[in-house]
Design a binder for this molecule. Structure first.
Ligand code: AP5
Ligand code: MG
Length: 220
């Protein structure tokens, strides 16, 4: 069983890389942001409490986040392990997590702020199936249209300039110290995230000693 946390500044590629690992190694990908966005899309009770906070790029209160993580991990559907994406993001969340769980490694995808801002500004998501596009490295064949389902492509609500600045501020003030804490426990694997998606995936697999897939080998 493998238990990982994937960390890094907003837009560094946590979701992209975690999904690639999930597909090949049957790891469960637990993205707190995806769980929140699902709630907002489905207009759940929780959505009313978090919608504005997320759109403004602020952090959702810790008690809500902890409840989400606790319930999700209690599902015990992670026989081969999990990758936690977007959690923990501050000291309290890391204490909460380490009280009950242990991990094998923290994968830190290191990308400068300037580059992530470019990536986030170019991100588009299919409003129907949720597929990720990027106007720099993954353009749709027909502008603003999903190649797979024909859905309309849109920006994520929190991918505007003001929310992005707030997200980056939160990362440097609150999340970076958590990374330092994991570093002191010698759990952090630093991966340069400025290369192509495949190069970064390749590097992650080398660092955590997982086999490199044919797809990744061919395109690296
Ligand atoms: P969350 O959904 O986790 O957003 P985030 O942290 O801002 O990170 P992103 O999802 O924007 O970036 P990513 O690193 O996953 O990059 P991606 O692979 O998409 O959280 C959203 C919100 O929920 C938070 O702001 C907060 O409000 C709330 N929240 C979540 N967790 C919380 C917590 N623990 N506590 C409190 N609140 C919480 O890639 C980005 C783009 O770049 C994509 O278009 C992709 O195609 C492209 N890309 C990726 N890799 C590359 C590459 N190597 N080269 C070129 N382009 C690339
Ligand atoms: Mg993400």
């Amino acid at each position: 069983m493998h238990k990982y946390i994937i960390m890094g500044v907003q837009g560094c590629g946590k979701g992209t890389q975690a999904k690639m690992l999930r597909e090949d190694f049957e790891l469960v990908h637990i993205s707190v942001g995806d769980i929140f966005r699902w709630n907002i899309q489905e207009h759940t009770k929780l959505a009313a409490r978090i919608n504005r906070i997320i759109s403004a790029g602020k952090l959702v209160p810790d008690d809500i986040v902890e409840e989400i993580i606790r319930k999700r991990l209690e599902d015990h559907d992670w026989n081969y392990g999990f990758i936690l994406d977007g959690f923990p993001r501050n000291a309290r969340q890391s204490e909460f997590f380490l009280e009950s769980y242990d991990i094998d490694a923290v994968i830190h995808i290191d990308v400068p702020d300037k580059l992530v801002m470019k990536r986030v500004r170019s991100r588009r998501l299919c409003s129907h199936c949720g597929l990720d596009y990027n106007l720099i490295h993954r353009r749709p064949a027909v502008p603003d249209t999903c190649d797979v389902c024909g859905g309309r492509l849109e920006r994520r609500k929190d991918d505007n300039e003001q929310a992005l600045r707030e997200r980056l501020r939160n990362y440097h003030n609150k999340t970076a110290p958590v990374l330092d804490l994991f570093r002191r426990k010698e759990l952090v694997l630093n991966v340069d995230g400025s290369g192509t998606v495949e190069e970064v995936q390749n590097e992650i697999r080398k660092r955590i000693s997982l086999p490199i897939s044919e797809y990744v080998e061919a395109s690296a």
